[in-house]
Design a protein around this ligand. Structure first.
Ligand code: LFR
Length: 493
């Protein structure tokens, strides 16, 4: 029989890829077909994504698969969270979607929580961590600005759902992506009509909630014609990239925590139910939807964003060095010399990240890191210590002991940071797969088309198919002392 392939579209907030994956003899094989940029577009005082360019890249990837005569049996799309597309009465997209990095929401969340609905009530309803760019606050900010597209929107589609709609004509609201919006009530499993009303929206402007692993439609004739493919099913996978990544954690039992490490570092546990209480609100943990009705109880930590942004500023010479070399240079610097809180608001989207880090160090009376290696060391030390802090809170919520931290995603390639993380949190770290989101996407397609059954079968196949590295904790005393210093410094801010 001809090998069956699943076609995964994996869109991150800086770049995207199309990948094909197949399961044969209990192992997963995958191959990247195309890779492309997903740049932020700044114009007219706003920051947008180009949804048409992303669609076009999907068409290109599908065309490549058709030309190679690959037997594609399903297609699935995962993307970053919170952002959405507005569709008008005439079924056409109205403007490109705004990006969550657009500063238009700054201050709006506080205004909403003061004037429209209390923090307590919003958290009680959604269990979602407060971040000013969550869809709810974006919609509020758009209303306050008098956004004309919003006032004419017939439909609102989160990014993976919008692309699925462009491929199939079917309009859905997949549960994991909806859970990033701060409008989904995890208890009812639906968008909350009262919260929608606060931003003058009706429930019927969104599609019906669909569980990950559902076949939602087939390629339209238009797309078949454009790509040369036939009427292939499109699956609603775990549309939120982090949900796809967590589905791909190669754990063998439930005693694990995860760190999905990319531009963001998402640290959490998988729980059977949402955890919504005073403490989870105080620490600003979120309850996002996972596959098989699990909850991803996690917290966003500013991840490789700091490093990626600095690296861009350092220009050609440093970039040519490659990640491994730059990271090795950083390890030669004095440890814990200058520490920052990676989640300080000054690092959200500064004009210059290196200057923002130096300013932070200056304001907290620390030595000011100058060279790329010194700045990298400061970032990695601080990230590992922030992981320790969040891990400490997380442990208190877990109902069973956590034996291991799985690091997945591109950030898991940073072996120094993996070791430092194990040292900081005091339990073993297992790193890999690097391609967590794409693998989770492929696995959900395999489930929808009958190739695998449960989440644990998926995880066993993944564990059997990839290489993983294990890091044991070391240097306890030095890390305990560094953590005290970190707490002192970050409290000053
Ligand atoms: C990671 C991610 C995070 C979400 C952030 C913004 O790519 O999806 O989970 O909080 O991007 O959407």
């Amino acid at each position: 029989m001809q090998q069956q392939y699943h076609f995964a579209v994996d869109l991150g907030a800086t770049s995207g890829r199309t990948i094909i994956g197949a399961i044969a003899d209990g192992k997963l094989q995958q191959e990247e077909l195309t890779r492309f940029d997903n740049p932020l577009i700044t114009t007219g005082g706003h920051v947008y994504w180009d949804i048409f360019a992303l669609y076009q890249e999907i068409i290109k990837g599908l065309t490549t698969a058709a030309k190679r005569q690959l037997n594609i049996v399903s297609i699935g799309i995962d993307t970053w969270g919170v952002d959405f597309v507005l569709v008008g009465e005439d079924d056409a997209i109205m403007r490109n979607p705004l990006s969550y990095r657009d500063p238009y929401t700054i201050g709006r969340m506080e205004e909403y929580l003061e004037q429209v609905c209390s923090r307590q009530q919003v958290y009680e309803t959604t269990g979602t961590q407060f971040m000013n760019f969550n869809s709810l606050f974006q919609l509020y900010a758009m209303r306050q600005e008098g956004n004309v597209a919003l006032s004419h929107a017939k439909k609102i589609l989160f990014i993976p759902d919008a692309l699925t709609w462009m491929l199939t004509g079917t309009n859905i609201c997949e549960r994991t992506i909806a859970s990033t919006s701060q409008m989904l009530n995890p208890r009812t499993g639906d968008l909350d009509p009262a919260l929608l009303e606060t931003v003058a929206l009706q429930r019927n402007q969104f599609g019906d909630i669909v569980e990950p692993g559902t076949i939602v439609g087939h390629l339209t004739e238009e797309v078949q014609h454009l790509t040369g493919l036939g009427s292939i099913p499109v699956v609603a996978v775990a549309g939120h990239d982090t949900a796809s990544a967590v589905a791909a954690v190669p754990a063998t039992d439930k005693h694990f925590a995860y760190l999905s490490s990319g531009t963001w570092s998402l640290m959490g546990i998988e729980t059977p139910e949402a955890i919504i209480n005073e403490q989870s609100q105080a620490y600003n943990f979120t309850n996002e939807g996972g596959i098989e009705h699990t909850t991803r109880f996690l917290k966003n930590i500013c991840g490789m964003w700091l490093y990626e942004r600095c690296r861009k500023e350092w220009g050609e010479e440093v970039r040519q060095m490659g990640h491994a070399q730059l990271q090795a240079l950083a390890m030669k610097e004095t440890p814990f010399r200058s520490l920052i809180n990676p989640d300080d608001t000054s690092f959200a989207n500064p004009t210059s990240m290196t200057t923002a880090i130096q300013d932070y160090c200056r304001n907290t009376n620390q030595p000011i890191p100058q060279t790329p290696a010194e700045i990298c060391r400061c970032i990695f030390d601080s990230l590992a210590l922030r992981y320790r802090q969040v891990f400490g809170w997380l442990k208190d919520f877990a109902t069973s002991p956590i034996h291991v931290l799985h690091i997945i995603g591109g950030g898991s390639l940073n072996k120094h940071l993996n070791q430092m993380t194990a040292n900081a949190i005091g339990i073993p770290v297992i790193a890999g797969p690097q391609e967590g989101t794409a693998i989770g996407n492929i696995m959900m397609q395999a489930q929808a088309t009958g190739g695998v059954t449960t989440i644990w079968e998926m995880r066993r196949i993944i564990a059997d198919s990839i290489e993983m590295q294990r890091y044991e904790p070391k240097d306890k005393d030095a890390w305990d002392a560094a953590y005290s210093k970190f707490l002192k410094i970050t409290k000053q801010q």
